[in-house]
Design a protein. Sequence first.
Length: 88
Amino acid sequence: MPDFSTSIDIEPWEYISSCSDSEITELIESLSEDGHLNKFNGKIKPMNPYNSVLDDEWDEVLTKLSNSRHLLSSEDEIKIKEIAKKIF
């Protein structure tokens, strides 16, 4: 009996655009479990393979700081701006 095989060549965006919301969520969870994505504050963030552990910790701190600006006092904001001015 003859043996046939089929190959389909699609772009990643083509696959994703045809997925339902639940399928996209499942895909994101799979990518996270397989180590292709990082989670910070429950949000998924693409991994940078060149980051060290310290880089990842720093990114997490900055993300938390950015997402919590409304909780900072005026004095804290001024201190952060002064630190930034020293760098630039």
